[in-house]
Design a protein. Structure first.
Length: 467
């Protein structure tokens, strides 16, 4: 299936071949989203994918399209863009741009991470906020959807510079968030250190110890056990359940996990503990192949402690490890692929290579890492495909567990928290699986997730009236 947006006479039109996926009522909505959000191609892509799944739902439940519900769903409730001035260690002043898109609060306060990366712009934050709305709905927890971040590049910055940036960012953000309003967390470029600095600044500015205002906190100041591990572990639990529908398990499977950040690290750790062999991981400069199985302690030391590059893994291990600069990690043959780096990192040619090399399943740890063409190739080849908004929901679900612990001033054990996470991932899997079956597309987890997430948000929006 060919997927492209064509700019025609001032309008974006969807290439004809895609229209069979989209109900008549939905095409003008998609066109309006494209017109109104010119140039925001990741946002168009995310909306296109969801609307492309809703044809059968609207046919069966025309009431979900009443009162411009879908138009409202595609327009964020609020978009905040702000200046973030900060001073580097040399005394030079930098100006970054900060964002918070409060997408949908039908199911609960806005909830979603903050991304610090030079590629961040309003279109990226909007795509992430839109995805987050459905992902959060799938968890079954009382959280709406939002996302934020900045085009700040943390790479090479000192700890003091990171702190000053986080403080400046929060100086503006604090007026827009709160435990009943909007609850940020981490994402790419934002981990425990940054959350600590931002929470510290929030506390200072507001004079309130409002732990539930942000998640991903350290254990000493209101964090939850298993939150750090949750996105990676959760993605593996989802894939485990998906494999089981075909009678497969992890034992002896060969896996490739892209990335080497928080999601990738805990995906590799859990895959390995369940009997798979993870042979490759990457960063934005290149990838490593370790046929003996990735040594996760070494990756953690390089990435979490030294904040170094994955190349150092090969330098440390010597000849047994191959480092490939600028290549594609998807050239490495595997049974299970878990893209856990960033959006659109896995394109159609990569998908074809993976299928040719005998792939059986894909579990997306990142948000929207596979392009629409790649997804079509996987699905047409009968590969089990778990989309990010379902498979990586364990992170935000555990954030909601953190909010729950903060609200009750409680702190659960690792085992308690992880077992809740596993239960949530299994129910998200089963919901997607059953929904796909119910709507006549068995095994299609993309439609299953989009439909199930949509139905929950739509039901709540209908109940709340035209707001
Ligand atoms: N950034 C993560 C995500 O994409 C986690 C968000 C959160 O915990 O609020 O879902």
């Amino acid at each position: 299936m060919i997927f492209s947006f064509i700019y025609n006479n001032g309008y974006f039109i969807v290439e004809e071949m895609m229209l069979d996926k989209i109900n008549d009522k939905l095409t003008p909505i998609l066109n309006q989203v494209m017109e109104r959000n010119t140039g925001e191609k990741e946002f168009h892509q995310a909306v296109h994918e969801v609307l492309g799944s809703l044809g059968h739902v609207i046919a069966r439940h025309p009431e979900y399209a009443d009162n411009a519900l879908i138009e409202r769903l595609c327009e964020p409730e609020r978009q905040i863009i702000f200046r973030v001035p900060w001073v580097d260690d040399q005394g030079d002043i930098h100006i970054n741009r900060g964002f918070r898109v409060q997408f949908n609060s039908a199911l609960g306060p806005y909830k979603g991470g903050l991304r610090f990366h030079p590629t961040v712009n309003v279109g990226i934050i909007k795509f992430l906020g839109f995805e987050q709305t459905f992902k959060n709905a799938l968890t079954g927890m009382p959280i709406g959807g939002g996302k934020g971040g900045s085009d700040f590049n943390p790479r090479g910055r000192t700890d003091r510079e990171i702190m000053r940036f986080c403080q400046s960012f929060m100086t503006e953000l604090q007026r827009h968030i709160g435990e009943y309003i909007d609850v940020p967390a981490g994402d790419i470029g934002v981990g425990g250190r940054e959350i600590g600095y931002m929470f510290g600044q929030f506390k200072r500015l507001t004079n309130r110890y409002e732990a539930g205002v942000i998640t991903g906190k350290g254990l000493l100041y209101g964090g939850s056990r298993a939150r750090t591990e949750a996105t990676g572990y959760g993605a593996v639990y989802f894939v485990e359940r998906m494999l089981a529908t075909k009678g497969y398990g992890f034992e002896g499977q060969r896996a490739v996990v892209s990335g080497s950040g928080n999601v990738a690290i805990y995906t590799i750790q859990k895959l390995t503990s369940l009997g798979a062999k993870v042979v490759a991981c990457s960063d934005s400069n290149g990838y490593i192949i370790d046929e003996g199985g990735i040594d996760i302690d070494l990756v953690r030391e390089i990435k979490e402690q030294r904040r170094g590059r994955i190349k150092e893994y090969a330098e440390h291990k010597g000849h047994s490890v191959k480092y490939v600069e600028n290549g594609s990690i998807w050239d490495v043959p595997c049974d299970i692929a878990m893209p856990s780096a960033t959006q659109n990192e896995l394109a159609s040619d990569n998908a074809r290579t993976l299928v040719k090399n005998g792939l059986i399943a894909v579990g997306e740890g990142a948000n929207m890492p596979s392009t629409p063409e790649a997804i079509d190739i996987f699905q047409e080849a009968g590969i089990l495909f778990a989309p990010g908004k379902a498979a990586n929901a364990g992170g935000v679900a555990t954030s909601a567990l953190e909010m729950q612990q903060n609200a009750s001033r409680d702190s659960w054990t690792f085992e308690e928290t992880e077992s809740r996470l596993a239960g949530i991932m299994h129910s998200i899997h089963d919901l997607c699986y059953e929904t796909a079956k119910e709507y006549g597309v068995p095994g299609d987890y993309v439609r299953g997730a989009n439909i199930a997430g949509f139905v929950r948000v739509a039901e709540a929006m209908r109940a709340l009236g035209i707001i």
